[in-house]
Design a binder for this molecule. Sequence first.
Ligand SMILES: [Zn+2]
Length: 249
Amino acid sequence: MLTSQEQLRYSRQIMLKHIGEDGQLKLRNASVLIVGMGGLGNPVSMCLTAAGVGKIIITDGDTVDITNLQRQVLFSEQDIKQNKADCAAEKLIQNNADINIEVVDEMLDEELGQFYIPQVDVVIDCSDNIATRYLVNKICIEHKKPFVVGAATGFDGQQLVIDPRKDDSACYQCLFPTSEKAPENNCQTVGILGPVLAIIAGMQALQTIKLLTGIKVKDNQLNIYDGLHNQWQQFNISRQESCPICNKI
Ligand SMILES: [Zn+2]
């Protein structure tokens, strides 16, 4: 049962027929792992903390730099040189003290991934590099954990949900095989606008809330956002027979 305080606090989402008290309880009992506390991880963690997701594990081994402040909206000038996951947790708990926020002040590697991913209901990839995304993909496929991918550079972003609980689910590596040269573009080389990250992060948080509350989520679909021309495009993706990750399972 929700407390009367929780009923009040979350009343605007409880009144949605797709959420209701039942959905709010599911959120309270849920746990997620957010990989990366940068431009995507900041707004994703803010949305999920505010929405009442019971346990949020955040990982990042990086420190706040002055060049982050233009888009990483949780951080302030006094946070420079501090660990991003530590700083983020301090700010998030101010918003909602009921949430259990666990900080991992290191970059996710195989060992950490194998430890934390099996513990959570949904993994949200907010990392800024393809090597981490491949790692998260591999471990999520292995443990059949749904995960929500987001990425953005310049005015452009992409978002997709991989749900390995479904038999026909494609994986990130089906879409971007390692044999192809991994894109070198990142925020440091091509730049990024904060609101583009907020849009993609908002999509990631929305998809996560849907996954956690049992609302149908379209998987095997790559969503591409073009912020310069205000356009979304959807592409269906399919499981690749040649994929070394999903065909090993
Ligand atoms: Zn695959």
